[in-house]
Ligand binder design. Sequence first.
Ligand code: HEM
Ligand SMILES: *[C@@H]1O[C@H](CO)[C@@H](O)[C@H](O)[C@H]1NC(C)=O
Length: 317
Amino acid sequence: MGSFSFYIGALIMFNLAFVGFSSSLNPYFYNKVCPQALPTIKRVVGDAVNQERRMGGSLLRLHFHDCFVNGCDASILLDSTSAFTSEKNALPNNNSARGFDVIDRIKSEVDRVCGRPVVSCADILAVAARDSVVALGGPTWEVRLGRRDSTTASETKANNDIPSPFMDLPALIDSFKKQGLNVKDLVALSGGHTLGFSQCGLFKNRIYNENNIDSNFAHQRRATCPPNGGDSNLAPLDHTPAFFDTKYFKNLVTKKGLLHSDQALFNGGQTDSLVKTYSTNFGAFSKDFASSMIKMGNIKPLTGTRGQIRLDCKKVN
Ligand code: HEM
Ligand SMILES: *[C@@H]1O[C@H](CO)[C@@H](O)[C@H](O)[C@H]1NC(C)=O
């Protein structure tokens, strides 16, 4: 009896250790069931990024906007139904989130090579984000897999839980904290703004009215972002928007952050020193970005028998 209860105890402890360590996601989830899944995602992402470099940033952002709303469950991909309004309509996503057609292409190619729908849309978002970063010169990491797809979405939660570009540092810290992410995760992941573009309407107040901005930079940005109108005109989030590099952080140190929320990370507060470190240390930024991406990817996944594997990422089965 002694050895039997020892055996049971050891078994329970082993399981606890296993669950505790990666929220039950693991990198090998599709190895047996569809070994071609990951190479296929990589190929389609590579094609999309070669066609338009911006798409890499757009795909990275989709995963972020998915994970911050009820966990990484592909809720952002669902179109509106009679039961809920799509997160695509929420303020941070409307006329802004993009890359949905690439995700649909990946899904159909992956289901074809696998012979049946075994790969979730939520995992596709996580892998496509990683492959995008790699395609644009950033670090790689092992994506933990086994997320399942939600059967619902929340426009309200998307409005409330995705951070706004008008936030100051305390609100940004709070927004990440609500997701179980710390100050270091906030700074490292904000480095995602080494990629892609922003619309003029989201940084207009900053370039016309703020003081913690380099005046040459403000003048330069005003040229394509007039005081009235032009709200959807694009400007790069750093001056090398198609390369994953340290320019975003270098810009913050010289008061050339584009968004109010970007410059908030280097404005005399507790994150200044980390921004400075990342601005001159690509290795440190890359390493921290990769581990924070894994952490973000672990937010509240649906696993086991919860949720479903969608047949079409846009709708519930
Ligand atoms: C810290 C809080 C954050 C705020 C307030 C914020 C806000 C924004 C805003 C306002 C835009 C421009 C959207 C538009 O003009 O349509 C944007 C773009 C972008 N964001 Fe963030 N973001 C944050 C964090 C992140 C994180 C954590 C990532 C990824 C790890 C990320 C990746 C991107 C990318 C790649 C783009 C460019 C997308 C494109 O060109 O299509 N952002 N963000
Ligand atoms: C989303 O943008 C469109 C314009 O493209 C607009 O007509 C619509 O009202 C917006 N939706 C929300 C919820 O703001």
